[in-house]
Design a protein around this ligand. Structure first.
Ligand code: 1HE
Length: 252
């Protein structure tokens, strides 16, 4: 399938989804959001892990401001919920997603990045939530996902002042898990994606679904849910085989 705003390739179980509006700094217009959603929906079982990156000098400049129009509150609400639906598919679509970041990871670009599970940033990366300067508010999940990573206090300050965190700051705060030279971003992202792809699918499923959901639960519910996820994973043929392989290798 051909997309207007992304490039998509799948090789050896790894899908590479590239935001492809470099002239507009990969600003997220409706077409780009539609393409991300269609690509995620359309990926078959041959893609077990996804790498998301941006073409050109930036990962993404966030919401495409040129699509701004006066909308009713209900229309804005529905638009925001569409973003939520797409980024929910990124986070909970069943495949681990690795973000390869460089340049601007701004506004909606940061909302997309923080929907992913593993983030590798190049030294050119910077993070910003400039919504306050644009007279709007976040609407793609930042107040939940960014806030969970850096804390509501720091996110409030980030929005009020429009402050830019550089790549080092972002690494220190957990906006990226890896910090490398720009030339190493994609190789490192693919190395990690290949490593993740060797895990048992059920373990990956639990890591991306159970952990995030348990984080929103009471302690009692969380512990119960963890036991249920452990029961599923540990009683699988795959777990038995992998543990036997490990023990046999040790013996041998
Ligand atoms: C855009 C956008 C955009 C660039 N929408 N067109 N996001 C922002 O407020 C960020 C706005 N953008 C920037 O701050 C800068 O563009 C960057 C720091 C990201 C990159 O700077 P630079 O010097 O490389 O590029 P540029 O010259 O500013 O922009 C190049 C072109 O991209 C130019 O278009 P041209 O036709 O004049 O060539 C820009 O207009 C265009 N462009 N960013 C539309 N964002 C669900 S709610 C989420 C809410 C948000 O995401 S708010 C944050 C919006």
């Amino acid at each position: 399938m051909n997309y207007e705003n992304i490039l998509l390739s799948i090789e050896d179980g790894i899908a590479h989804l590239r935001l492809n509006r470099p002239a507009k700094r990969n600003a997220v217009n409706n077409g780009l959001l539609q393409d991300i959603e269609a690509a995620l929906d359309g990926m078959g079982a041959d893609a077990t892990v996804v790498v998301i990156s941006g073409e050109g000098a930036h990962f993404s400049a966030g919401l495409d401001l040129s699509e701004h129009q006066v909308r009713t509150p209900f229309e804005v609400l529905q638009h925001s919920q569409w973003w939520h639906r797409v980024f929910h598919k990124v986070q909970f679509g069943g495949r681990p997603v690795v973000a390869a970041l460089h340049g601007a990871v701004v506004g909606g670009g940061l909302e997309l990045a923080t929907s992913t599970h593993v983030r590798v940033a190049g030294r050119s990366t910077f993070y910003q939530l400039p919504e306050g300067q644009r007279g709007i508010f976040v609407g793609g999940g930042a107040s939940v996902r960014v806030s969970k990573i850096i804390g509501p206090d720091r996110m409030t300050e980030m929005m009020l002042t429009g402050r830019r965190y550089d790549a080092e700051d972002g690494y220190r705060l957990g906006l990226s898990h890896y910090l490398v030279d720009d030339a190493e971003v994609l190789p490192e992202a693919f190395r990690l994606a290949r490593q993740i792809a060797t895990n048992a699918p059920l373990s990956n499923w639990a890591s991306i679904n159970a952990v995030a959901n348990i984080g929103d639960m009471s302690m009692a519910n969380g512990l119960y849910t963890e036991s249920m996820a452990a029961a599923l994973a540990q009683s699988s043929d795959e777990a038995n085989k992998r543990m036997q392989d490990f023990l046999n290798r040790k013996k041998g």
